[in-house]
Design a protein around this ligand. Structure first.
Ligand code: HEC
Ligand code: HEC
Ligand code: HEC
Ligand code: HEC
Length: 342
């Protein structure tokens, strides 16, 4: 309960609280990013010039202009009572980055952008490069660099290696955990998401620490870990999504299937990777919750426990101990979209 209940309100400023209650936008989904803490992508690109063009060639970027032009989007919006897709409705939550203008108005400034994944940056922007400015750094883990990273992360940055939190960002949008949007709006009930294949194609931007600017993929050890962590997060968020199901319709059916499939995959992984005892515990927690309608407390409780175990798992193991799963880890032919190269 605690894990899901109070997190949002804590970081909300008064102005965004007023705005969000007025507009009624940011209620239920975890995909919501507090617009009062958003700076917008132009505050990142002058230092991270490598990440910019790859983002610009992704659907996360193009959805900004494309969505309002699509007939299917218009149909969904109409059924949801949304008049202007880009300015006054639930679509802002997952298709756009919103920020609060000086006038106090919430405005879409980009599609899905840097802070949608790395966390709203108002508080961590300066701490994360403190002492370096625009200078490129190396991977050297000096005490100063570690302290800087730790501080930025404590202020909300989701940086390199924070796989569990990152995957949660992706799936909070990609599961589409909104019953009304699916049942009433007719929106697709989630993506066929898998973290390795979906992050190593058009989303990939691995420039800052690579010396030759070649945008290499994450490498097999990190990919193994991404595969496992992505599956655990899928299970957590599928249970959380199902907890919101109140009527027997598409949403409930799809989310129950999603959760059931995620349990099966976790069970297979627990057998292949017996040294990762958390997988066994996660499975036991997931199996203890019934995948049914109007079962909010039990499902949310299970999701909360999985979150704790999953974070522990992600901080305990490296991919070097997971070679047995290599045949299941997606290779380049499965990467989603085109990798950006100079
Ligand atoms: C003034 C230059 C500058 C700006 C502006 C800037 N960054 Fe950075 N960024 C850096 C530097 C320098 C590092 C490397 C820090 C280090 O190695 O300790 C970095 C590192 C990072 C990392 C990797 C952190 C890690 O865990 O290793 C991420 C992610 C990141 N920046 C995202 C962003 C985002 C998102 C924005 C915009 C909201 C942004 N940056 C704006 C300079 C900048
Ligand atoms: C909870 C997150 C979320 C919200 C809210 C949301 N979407 Fe989406 N939408 C997604 C995701 C994720 C996809 C990509 C699905 C996929 O994998 O193809 C998507 C895809 C779409 C597509 C393309 C569907 C397809 O078959 O590729 C349309 C059209 C769309 N959304 C319209 C809307 C409209 C209109 C709204 C507001 C009324 C909205 N969405 C609100 C997450 C969301
Ligand atoms: C769809 C989510 C997503 C978006 C949008 C996104 N990133 Fe990232 N970013 C990631 C992921 C995933 C990684 C790899 C994390 C890891 O290695 O653990 C990453 C890594 C990084 C890194 C470190 C790797 C490197 O060498 O470059 C930086 C810096 C960064 N992102 C900056 C940005 C900036 C700036 C933007 C906007 C122009 C941006 N990101 C947009 C998900 C995203
Ligand atoms: C704020 C919500 C949000 C977050 C966070 C997010 N996405 Fe997306 N993503 C979307 C939406 C919406 C679309 C569909 C855009 C469209 O087609 O209009 C999409 C599309 C994509 C696509 C293109 C899919 C296709 O069918 O071509 C990929 C790949 C993708 N996302 C991967 C990721 C990964 C990996 C992460 C996390 C590292 C992530 N996304 C985080 C909302 C999000």
């Amino acid at each position: 309960m605690i894990l899901y209940g109070s997190r949002k309100l804590k970081s909300m400023t008064l102005v965004s609280l007023i705005v969000s209650t007025t507009v009624g936008l940011f209620g239920a989904g975890h995909s919501w990013a507090d617009p009062s803490l958003i700076l917008g992508p132009l505050n990142c690109t002058h230092c991270h010039a490598g990440a910019f063009p790859s983002w610009k060639s992704s659907r996360h970027f193009s959805t900004f202009a494309d969505l309002p032009k699509r007939q299917d989007a218009y149909d969904i919006a109409r059924k949801m009572g949304v008049k202007r897709i880009k300015s006054d409705g639930v679509c802002l939550e997952c298709h756009y980055t919103t920020k609060i203008e000086d006038t106090g108005r919430v405005k879409a400034v980009a599609g899905v952008s840097c802070e949608s994944c790395h966390g709203p940056a108002r508080e961590w922007l300066e701490p994360h490069f403190d002492g370096f400015g625009t200078a490129k750094t190396t991977l050297a883990k000096t005490a100063a660099a570690l302290a800087r990273k730790e501080r930025a992360e404590s202020l909300g940055m989701i940086g390199r290696g924070a796989l569990y939190k990152m995957a949660k960002k992706c799936l909070a949008c990609h599961i589409v955990p909104r019953e009304d949007l699916v049942n009433v709006g007719g929106h697709v009930a989630g993506s066929k998401f898998e973290l390795v294949s979906w992050s190593q194609g058009e989303v990939r931007h691995n420039f800052w620490y690579s010396t030759d600017g070649s945008n290499p993929d994450a490498g097999i050890e990190d990919k193994r870990k991404m595969f496992v962590v992505g599956r655990v997060v899928e299970l957590e968020l599928a249970l959380a999504a199902l907890s919101k199901a109140t009527v027997k319709n598409t949403y409930a059916v799809k989310m129950a299937k999603r959760a059931s499939k995620a349990r099966k995959i976790t069970s297979a992984l627990a057998k292949l990777l017996p040294h990762m005892t958390e997988l066994r515990d996660i499975l036991a927690v997931a199996n203890s919750a019934e995948l049914k309608l109007n079962n909010r407390d039990e499902l949310i409780n299970a999701a909360g426990k999985i979150s704790v175990l999953g974070l522990k798992l992600a901080s305990t193991y490296t991919g070097s101990s997971m070679a047995v799963i290599d045949e299941y880890v997606p290779g380049p032919e499965k990467y989603k979209g085109k990798v950006w190269k100079k």
